[in-house]
Ligand binder design. Structure first.
Ligand code: DON
Length: 310
């Protein structure tokens, strides 16, 4: 498998120039867009990393997975899905359009509006420090921390998300007794955690293994939360690129504007990618290329008839 990963990274490298690092959060604009790394953590204990897999970067929207999983554990299915839907939008991740034009709750927890609602459910239930401990365990990475520079940079360019949050409050999806600003801070703190491709592969492995740490046998997330998270990753995890990505790659995945992609080959492995040059939809250009190559060469597509032959 190492050969395939090396070939995938070599191929991906030829595409990094087609994308650009995110600049709407100025701190992210300082990152070198030519970096690329992929880590694979398998259930059988095999761990392979190629390229820039130890470089710390901003988790950004991939944190939406963790926020949702923990909210499902703490607040429960009914409470969470009373306030957020399960449908893909086909719109950009930070769009306000459907929120304003329809009577429905935010379409899903993977877009900003949905994640801010989920954050509002959680912010009053759990401290950020407890969240951090949970995240370190889920990612098998004790060194995950809040990147304060990214946090302050995002908080000083928060107008669009603040508009979303107050619109949500006006429509009753953030309750009047919940502090909107507090929910926003919680959401941005989650987005500002610094991870590596290896941390994402660790989280992917836990999700691939039904929420159980394969080395210790300890259950970290319930089966139900893991099932829901993986389903929404498949249908909504790559924003308005989710449909094409499902056809081409066929692996439940979640991207972030820090350049990360977390992918879960169910029952088999977690994959973590870092490639900060993004396409117009906010997904890592080289990361998508690496995943499409791996999916094809290793038969990882969910509906590949040769899957499970690794
Ligand atoms: O709220 C935002 O815009 C960012 N903190 C997260 C966006 C993001 O990662 C979208 N991903 N592709």
């Amino acid at each position: 498998m190492r050969d395939v990963l090396e070939q995938a990274v070599a191929l991906g490298k030829t595409h990094t120039h087609e994308g650009a690092v995110a600049t709407y959060i100025p701190e992210l604009g300082k990152v070198d867009g030519s970096q690329l790394g992929v880590s694979v953590f398998c259930r059988n204990g095999k761990r392979i990393s190629v390229g820039d897999t130890k470089v710390r970067f901003s988790i950004q929207s991939i944190s939406k997975i963790i926020t949702l999983a923990v909210a499902l554990e703490i607040c429960g299915f009914d409470q969470v899905f009373k306030k957020v839907g399960m449908e893909p939008t086909g719109d950009p991740f930070n769009s306000l359009m459907k929120l304003e034009n329809t009577d429905s709750s935010p379409y899903n927890p993977m877009i900003n509006a949905g994640a801010i609602v989920v954050a509002s459910c959680l912010a009053s239930e759990i401290s950020f420090d407890t969240m951090l401990d949970t995240i370190r365990a889920l990612c098998m990475d004790p060194d995950i921390n809040l990147d304060k520079k990214v946090y302050h940079s995002e908080m000083s360019h928060i107008s669009r998300n603040r508009a979303i949050a107050y619109l949500l409050e006006s429509k009753g999806y953030i309750e009047k007794n919940k502090d909107v600003e507090n929910s926003l801070h919680f959401y941005v703190k989650m987005c500002s955690l610094s991870v590596t491709a290896e941390s994402l592969a660790g989280l992917g492995l836990i999700l691939a293994n039904d929420g159980i740490h394969p080395d210790t046998g300890k259950r970290l997330l319930s089966s139900q939360a893991v099932k829901i998270v993986k389903t929404l990753m498949f249908t909504c995890g790559m924003y308005d690129g989710s449909g094409e990505f499902a056809v081409r790659v066929g692996i439940p995945s979640k991207s972030g504007v820090g350049g990360g992609i977390l992918s879960v080959v169910d029952g088999e492995m977690g994959i973590g990618i870092f490639g900060p040059a993004l396409d117009k939809k906010g997904n890592s250009v080289a990361g998508e290329c690496v995943l499409e190559y791996m999916s094809h060469e290793l038969h990882l597509h969910m509906f590949d008839p040769q899957r499970h032959t690794l």
